[in-house]
Design a binder for this molecule. Structure first.
Ligand SMILES: CC(C)(COP(=O)(O)OP(=O)(O)OC[C@H]1O[C@@H](n2cnc3c(N)ncnc32)[C@H](O)[C@@H]1OP(=O)(O)O)[C@@H](O)C(=O)NCCC(=O)NCCS
Length: 164
């Protein structure tokens, strides 16, 4: 199992970094929208929370959450899903994705202490990132949403699981 020794962090995107974030490329393509598209969408979706991923001080990726608690009128039981996630092609398979997703999960736990599950979805087929998510504990829910397989990470303390 590849664990990085570099320090992975999630940082706000600024006027100085937005162009570089838009130039990051996902490989294979087809599993995630271009970052420029995501940042443009985030501008119109108050439920979007997004950050750049850094390895030490090097920009390596992008993440965006769909957090319904951020809506002007949040639902009584908000849901949080991983909307976009990518590590630049030249930085893949160095353990950065796993370390970044762990930070994202910590962020979700911290901001939603009672949330029971954190969702993601992925396009099936060759090159699908599904095994990556499964290696972090996500489980296929059996649901397929607009052609994407929905996976969930159980956030409940172990003692509370299996009780409904
Ligand atoms: C999927 C992605 C975010 C993973 O990031 P990464 O930095 O390459 O992943 P890591 O190096 O942390 O890998 C963690 C583990 O997942 C595995 N893994 C990573 N990507 C995988 C993939 N596409 N398929 C199968 N396993 C994968 C690695 O082999 C590693 O396992 P190991 O340590 O047992 O060898 C990255 O490859 C990517 O951006 N892919 C293209 C875009 C994409 O699919 N985004 C997700 C949209 S839902």
């Amino acid at each position: 199992m590849q664990e990085t020794t570099r320090t992975i962090s999630l940082r706000e995107i600024t006027a100085d970094t937005v162009r570089a974030v838009c130039k990051l490329t996902a490989e294979p393509s087809g599993f995630v929208a271009p970052n420029a598209m995501s940042i443009a969408q985030a501008h119109f979706h108050p439920n979007a929370w997004f950050r750049a991923v850094y390895a030490d001080d090097e920009l390596v990726g992008f993440v965006m959450l769909d957090d319904s608690a951020l809506l002007p009128e949040p639902p009584a039981e908000p849901e949080v899903g991983l909307w976009r996630f990518m590590i630049d092609a030249q930085h893949k398979r160095k353990g950065y994705g796993r370390a970044a997703l762990r930070l994202v999960i910590e962020h979700v736990r911290r901001t939603h202490p009672t949330l029971e599950r954190f969702l993601t979805s992925c396009v099936p087929g060759p090159g699908t990132p599904r095994p990556f998510y499964e290696s972090l504990g996500f489980v296929f829910t059996g649901e397929v949403d607009e052609g994407e397989e929905v996976l969930a990470l159980d956030l409940r303390p172990t003692r509370d699981r299996g009780q409904g």
